[in-house]
Design a binder for this molecule. Structure first.
Ligand code: HEC
Ligand code: HEC
Length: 304
């Protein structure tokens, strides 16, 4: 665990149930912005880049992507966009010229956001400081450079449209499903992809060895052997809050960032809703875990 992670953990523990539960005044757009992790890709935190002016490299098996500048700068950002342009980008994966976005921009999940939530996000984005900085071009193998090919990908894997609540499920389940499938886009990492980069059928949330930044992404369906079927609801909530697993380990890799940036900042009822939803998924047996790494010499299990 690195220092900021530790601080976040200590902070989350000290203030659990007070600050986050009572946080009254956070703007809805800001809340969604955090829950959806927009800053994680669009801000180059590693190099202390300006907020939302373009992100660090996102390495995938299909090339290296750089999330662009989405500040309100009129030249380099989205300053000239209308709300309708923003809706089209997130709901349909199309830029203002009608070209397709790569699915490394998780619009396949964000398309499920409600109109109200998209509007709140757009209003939040428009209030951020404009930054005059050009976006970095992606580094892609020649065979995926053409955006027109993405129409095939979309035809195979993409169904646009806002999340439709299920009337046979209660409010908590529906909230959890919305947070996990749309806003938190958990499946973008936790669902394995086929050779064309589409989610593999029957393995929803079942984990992959080919996660972002070479991470191994565990199975989070409630399968007892290969998933989180042995975790109690309270243990999932704890993990999404502080990063601590039932064994007393801490989340690493990109999940530590997801927890810092997003799930630890949700309200307790929202974290609970996600846990309820995960435990309701059909269990899928799918082993992805590698052998547990031993902590490096001179460090204890907590990484001090
Ligand atoms: C997993 C990383 C990732 C996350 C999370 C993410 N984005 Fe992006 N975003 C990208 C990438 C990569 C692109 C560029 C896609 C392309 O070039 O086809 C992009 C493109 C965009 C664009 C189009 C900008 C332009 O100039 O055409 C907008 C707007 C945008 N993202 C907004 C958001 C918002 C709002 C959120 C949070 C709700 C978000 N993004 C979360 C990776 C991400
Ligand atoms: C950017 C990729 C990414 C996203 C998005 C993501 N995860 Fe993860 N998740 C990971 C990785 C990688 C791990 C493994 C962390 C480790 O090895 O310590 C993980 C671990 C977990 C675990 C622990 C499982 C175990 O067996 O240890 C849970 C639970 C979990 N994630 C839930 C979620 C939920 C819920 C969401 C959506 C709100 C989510 N994740 C979004 C990458 C991601």
């Amino acid at each position: 665990m690195n220092a900021s992670r530790l601080l976040a953990f200590v902070g989350a523990t000290l203030f659990a149930g007070s600050v986050f539960a009572a946080e009254p005044a956070m703007d809805r757009g800001e809340y969604l912005f955090r829950a959806a992790g927009c800053g994680g890709c669009h801000t180059d935190e590693k190099n202390k880049g300006p907020a939302l002016a373009g992100g660090a490299a996102i390495k995938t098996p299909r090339g290296t992507f750089y999330a662009p500048n989405i500040t309100p700068d009129p030249t380099y950002g989205v300053g000239r966009w209308s709300e309708a342009d923003f809706f089209r980008a997130t709901r349909e994966g199309l830029n203002p010229d009608g070209a397709h976005y790569y699915p490394s921009f998780p619009y396949a999940s964000y398309t499920r956001l409600t109109d109200d939530d998209l509007r709140a996000l757009w209003n939040y984005l428009r209030r951020q400081a404009p930054v005059t900085q050009a976006s970095r071009p992606h580094e892609l193998p020649w065979y995926v450079r053409s955006r027109s090919l993405l129409s095939t990908w979309k035809a195979l894997y993409f169904t646009p449209g806002a999340w439709q609540p299920r009337p046979d499920k209660d409010e908590t389940w529906n909230r959890g499903a919305y947070l996990a499938e749309a806003v938190g886009h958990c499946g973008e990492c936790h669902t394995p992809r086929d050779s064309l980069g589409g989610p593999r059928r029957g393995l929803h949330f079942a984990g992959t060895r080919e996660g972002p930044d070479d991470s191994v992404v565990p199975n989070i369906t409630p399968d007892k052997k290969t998933g989180i079927g042995r975790w109690r609801k309270s243990e999932i909530i704890e993990y999404l809050d502080s990063g601590m697993t039932p064994e007393g380990d801490f989340a690493g890799d990109v999940m530590a960032e997801v927890i810092d940036r997003s799930t630890s900042r949700l309200t307790p009822p929202d974290r609970e809703a996600i846990a309820v939803y995960l435990l309701s998924l059909p269990p899928v047996e799918h082993a992805v875990r590698k052998e547990k790494k031993k902590p490096a010499k001179g460090k204890d299990a907590f990484g001090f």
